[in-house]
Design a protein around this ligand. Structure first.
Ligand code: ADE
Length: 230
């Protein structure tokens, strides 16, 4: 997979994508991530990427020319399956959408800024608009980092234990069960016996029950989406 991220603040997004699982995924060649500074595609001598909103109103708007230039230059080199724009008014990001996006080959993510981008960009270049939640961030970089992380970690081969990503919270619209590690007894705080029993079937059953219990208590709405849980 190749991900091209267009931003006015490359430093803000480079770091979260260069550690741990994301770093290993890139070292293994399972994903290539490129950062493009929008300012490098500005067309005037001040390198401006934003301007006042037609019709007045507070806040600047991301200009059309630099965004068209960078996206058209990328599109002239390869086909893109998705051109994503991060914005609080996009569709809500979810595990299901992460799963869907994890199987595509090339994608661009345009990080929104200021009051938003000129609508012509949304109308003519963008294929999906994604929000990471009903709150407003200072810019789309953190949202792009969240989306990229969630997508890349589930690309086959990225997590060495193949089943690990499949047992994450939300994969079956269920929250993950509790987990424990050594010691089995910490000052009389004990790990449930079943996990020490070595009985794989019983352990699987216990985990499923705990997942259901947690989901019922914390996120009952998820169960309505889940036929298996009935
Ligand atoms: N940019 C600002 N807020 C955002 C959000 N909640 N999701 C995606 N992009 C954003």
């Amino acid at each position: 997979m190749r991900i091209d991220i267009i931003t006015v603040l490359p430093e803000l997004i480079q770091s979260p994508l260069s550690h741990s699982i994301l770093k290993r995924a890139q070292e293994k060649g399972l994903v290539e991530i490129y950062f493009h500074n929008l300012r490098d595609f500005a067309t005037d001598k001040y390198k401006s990427v934003d301007d006042y909103s037609f019709g007045g109103g507070a806040g600047m708007v991301m200009k059309v020319e630099p965004v068209f230039r960078v996206i058209e230059s990328l599109k002239s080199e390869r086909n893109y399956d998705e051109i994503i724009y991060t914005s609080p008014d996009g569709i809500p990001f979810s595990q299901r959408l992460a799963n869907e996006l994890s199987s595509i080959t090339n994608m661009i993510i345009l990080c929104g800024h200021y009051k938003g981008v000129d609508q012509r960009i949304r109308d003519h270049l963008i294929t999906r608009e994604i929000s990471i939640g009903d709150y407003v961030l200072s810019g789309g970089e953190l949202a792009a980092a969240v989306i990229t992380d969630a997508i890349v970690r589930i690309i086959p081969g990225v997590i060495s234990d193949e089943t690990s990503a499949l047992t994450d919270s939300f994969q079956d619209n269920l929250l993950a069960p509790p987990v424990y590690t050594r010691p089995a007894d910490y000052e009389s705080l004990k790990v449930p016996d079943v996990l020490l029993s070595g009985n794989a079937k019983e352990i699987e059953k216990w985990r499923f029950e705990k997942s259901l219990e947690r989901t019922r208590k914390l996120r009952p709405g998820l169960l309505e989406k889940n036929e298996d849980a009935e």
